[in-house]
Design a protein. Structure first.
Length: 95
């Protein structure tokens, strides 16, 4: 399953949204952007957490805010992003 997620970071928090499409490999791709102005937030940390809130995968966004991360398999995950100077937020994703 491939999920596309856009992570929005802002002083008030961030929003993560995702949609899925069938496929052979599971992959979450998205971009971290500032919710106030839409500007890319590069080098943010993006983490996939399991139901017990353990980190199962992590990746750093590139300088343009894009990231690709592969969860370990089907299940429900929480996508979490953080960057210095922004509040964090998280959104569950079903894979």
């Amino acid at each position: 399953m491939r999920l596309r997620a856009g992570v929005l970071l802002a002083a008030g928090g961030m929003v993560i949204a995702g949609t899925g499409a069938p496929g052979h490999a599971q992959e979450i791709r998205g971009r971290v952007v500032d919710a106030n102005n839409g500007v890319a937030v590069g080098l943010a940390g993006v983490f996939v957490l399991d139901a017990e809130r353990n980190i199962v995968q992590s990746v750093g966004a590139d300088t343009a805010g894009y990231y690709t991360v592969e969860p370990p398999g089907p299940g429900e995950y929480i996508l979490y992003a953080q960057r210095l100077g922004y509040f964090e937020n998280e959104t569950p994703l079903v894979a």
